[in-house]
Design a protein. Structure first.
Length: 762
């Protein structure tokens, strides 16, 4: 591992930099121009200002040493990213500034030195990656200089971790090759270097395998689930041909990104077993296609012919993907089918193994050795440690960081990608309008603060920690733009952790550096989320004098400003009251400047207690999901926050003085979750009418019912239905528990919005 000491006092402290370029010790001060000081992303190790400036107004001519293909690729990438600035030397006017690439031996892997003087710029590195990161840093400086003038400076920089990864799940939902190329560009612009591509799972097989065409004929399509009685949704289909995959691998290589394919075994295998039932244990497969999420019991069998088929698949995989690493999964393989299978039991006896866990160990070991014999290294999720995985296997720790700790102590290399901290399929805020995802919030600040050095490891054991990775699972990410929204800006925070080698609590400092970076990514087609700095505007009836009490909140404690119905902005320091109708606009600020477009909420006297499901609390937060409605097939759909194991919500602090009615907008969604025996724990009160009813209870979920809303009108509507009912007159402020009665969990009923009304609405 490249060990470099990084100090986050970015602008004015002393650095000691073993092994980075020529500079060993240097005094550091901020370059004069603050934009420039914050231009490099992730935060660089060392910036040394010089006097003078480099003038780029005539463009930048890139001069690549003859025969240096790596420098040529960097030049091409910069030209694509900023064609107005970066010109190949042969086409550049005489007056253009020169960018030179220089190779020297002996610099640390992936590190670079970037020297900018009035006479030109020079990137020095030993390897292609170093040249590339020097090029990315230069592009970052150029795009942070609207006047096209860069202060002279020298930057010495390199990453702390050699694994700075992102995993994208293209199995649950498929993304187009064009989108994948954009995703790779955004990674490269953040100096991330490993694209872990989850290509197969129970719900989809997305890689063409020529020896087994049914994998994609059968496994690449599915009909999405719908609630009972709802109209069917169109078939969903997609896979990558080998030619497309080769193209993407080459595109990624040109941007310094290694693509690591994942073929998940022995579980997450249903799409393959549907195509080739002889690879399963003989347990009957439900007809149709797989539209459920969760953990399935289907495992590959461990027969010789199935293992030979998997080796054939891996053979085709390694012919497409030249990366040293191939991920072979190993996660969430429940052993029920092997326990019940006479063939699996006979295999255990034949191999002299203790049990099914040992059989998985043997299974994974066999495939790992197949890869090893071909010069590759297997990666497995941390479960494979349970089965005595060969020491050559690299462990990807996802069930917290314990797997990485155990792995490193046993001599395995390991990568930190713990859930939920680095699982970017979690929502990043509970803002109305944000896309679906897992319901527990993983904030930008929490990703930035992730500490990648488990204290339990000795210095020698830490050498086994290759780095960090964030994972984007796509069960609930149907649309490509939503994958971008969930990935960014949190993936930039992960990039910062991986580059600097530590988490940071300097959120504001990070945002200063992030904002220009997001502008650049935007120019590369990214639409990142602004949720981390978009205030939530909470509204409730004022305690006295009528009107509305407005409370603003935002992640990271950023300062906020607001404006009422277009009046001049005011700084926000505490909740304030609004006497009648008004439009509240609120935004966070950074160094006095406005961050993003902020949030807007219209205050109307009859709707002071209207709350979106994301402003409610689930009662027990067992498995909270922000789930999308299954209707309509095209156009906008509602998103509901719901605990799928306990659909029950708390409306906290309802002011019931004068409230006469409750309005609820509710939707029905399919219970398409494989949750094993947990399904039996989902309990409902018995319905009083055939379709059931929502019940509103006072104070807690055992309190008296103060309103009942029959679901019959909603049961006939596949979309969102508004229900309304009188509420028992009640005084004062109370929590309300909102649940429904039902015969079972399918469909799930979900709340879109609740409104407590002071009088009957005409
Ligand atoms: C995983 O999240 N099942 C690796």
């Amino acid at each position: 591992m490249v060990i470099v000491r990084f100090l986050s006092c970015a602008l004015s402290c002393l650095f000691v930099l073993p092994g980075i370029g020529a500079a060993q010790t240097a005094a550091v001060a901020a370059p004069a121009d603050n934009h420039q000081a914050l231009a490099i992303f992730p935060a660089p190790q060392q910036v040394e200002p010089h006097s003078g400036k480099l003038d780029l107004t005539a463009g930048i001519a890139m001069v690549q040493p003859t025969g240096d293909a790596g420098a040529g690729e960097v030049a091409r990438m910069l030209r694509q990213w900023a064609p107005d600035h970066f010109l190949f030397a042969s086409k550049a006017p005489q007056a253009a500034a020169r960018l030179q690439f220089r190779r020297v031996p002996g610099m640390a892997p992936e590190s670079y030195r970037l020297d900018i003087s009035p006479g030109g710029a020079r990137i020095t590195a030993s390897d292609d990656a170093g040249l590339r990161y020097g090029g990315v840093s230069f592009w970052q400086l150029v795009t942070a200089s609207p006047g096209r003038v860069i202060p002279a400076q020298s930057i010495s920089d390199g990453p702390a971790f050699r694994w700075r990864g992102a995993m994208l799940d293209s199995a649950r939902h498929f993304q187009s090759p064009q989108y994948i190329r954009s995703f790779i560009d955004w990674m490269a612009a953040n100096k991330l270097n490993r694209f872990h591509w989850h290509l197969v799972d129970d719900q989809g097989w997305r890689i063409e395998i020529r020896a087994f065409p049914k994998l994609t004929e059968v496994g690449a399509g599915r009909r999405p689930a719908t609630a009972p009685g709802a109209p069917p949704l169109p078939e969903y289909r997609g896979f990558y041909s080998q030619a497309e995959l080769r193209d993407i691998v080459a595109y990624a290589a040109d941007r310094g990104i290694e693509v690591i394919p994942e073929i998940d075994v022995p579980g997450h295998a249903l799409s393959a077993i549907r195509a080739y039932p002889e690879w399963g244990t003989g347990v009957a497969i439900p007809p149709g296609t797989e539209a459920h999420w969760g953990v399935f019991p289907w495992l590959y069998n461990s027969d010789e012919t199935t293992l030979a088929a998997l080796e054939t698949i891996l053979g085709e995989v390694i012919a497409i993907f030249p990366a040293r690493y191939v991920h072979i999964g190993g996660d969430e393989a429940v052993k029920d089918q092997w326990q019940a299978s006479p063939a699996a039991q006979a295999r255990i006896r034949q191999l002299g193994l203790k049990d099914e866990t040992a059989l998985q160990g043997w299974f994974m070991g066999r495939l790992a050795r197949y890869l090893e014999a071909r010069g590759r290294t297997a990666i497995g999720w941390d479960e494979i440690l349970e089965g005595d995985a060969p020491q050559s296997v690299t462990i990807m720790s996802w069930r917290g960081v314990g797997g990485a700790i155990e792995a490193a102590k046993k001599g395995h290399d390991a990568i930190l990608s713990p859930a939920p901290q680095l699982y970017l399929n979690h929502v990043q805020a509970l803002n109305r309008g944000d896309p679906p995802g897992r319901g527990e919030v993983i904030s930008l600040a929490s990703v930035l603060a992730f500490e990648p050095h488990p204290a339990e490891l000795s210095a020698a054991e830490r050498e086994h920690i290759l780095g960090v990775q964030a994972n984007i699972w796509t069960e609930h990410i149907r649309i490509e733009e939503r994958a971008s929204f969930l990935a960014y800006p949190r993936l930039s925070a992960l990039a910062q952790v991986g580059w600097t080698g530590h988490g940071s609590k300097d959120y504001t400092g990070f945002l200063r550096r992030l904002m220009p970076q997001l502008d650049r990514l935007h120019a590369l087609g990214l639409q990142p989320s602004a949720s981390a700095w978009t205030p939530a505007i909470a509204v409730e009836p004022a305690a006295t004098g009528g009107g509305a009490k407005i409370t603003l909140s935002v992640q990271g404690g950023l300062p906020m400003q607001y404006s009422l119905s277009g009046a001049p902005p005011l700084p926000y320091s505490a909740p304030f009251t609004v006497p009648g109708s008004a439009e509240v606009k609120a935004w966070a600020t950074l160094d006095g400047g406005r961050l993003g477009s902020g949030a807007t909420r219209r205050i109307m006297p009859g709707a002071l207690q209207r709350r979106d499901s994301r402003a409610l609390k689930t009662c027990h937060a067992k498995v909270d999901l922000a789930l999308e409605d299954d209707f309509p097939a095209s156009g906008p759909r509602a998103t509901f926050l719901i605990d799928i194991l306990d659909p029950c919500w708390i409306y906290q602090g309802a002011m019931l003085d004068g409230v006469t009615r409750i309005d609820m907008a509710v939707g029905q969604i399919p219970f398409n979750f494989q949750v094993g025996k947990d399904r039996d724990t989902i309990k409902f009160r018995r319905p009083k009418t055939p379709a059931g009813e929502f019940e509103v209870r006072l104070d807690d979920c055992d309190g008296p019912v103060i309103a009942t809303l029959p679901l019959a009108p909603a049961a006939r509507n596949p979309g969102v239905t508004r229900l309304t009912a009188p509420i028992v007159p009640t005084k004062g402020r109370h929590d309300l528990c909102l649940t429904y009665t039902a015969a079972g969990p399918d469909p799930l009923w979900a709340i879109d919005e609740v409104n407590l009304l002071p009088q009957e609405q005409k």
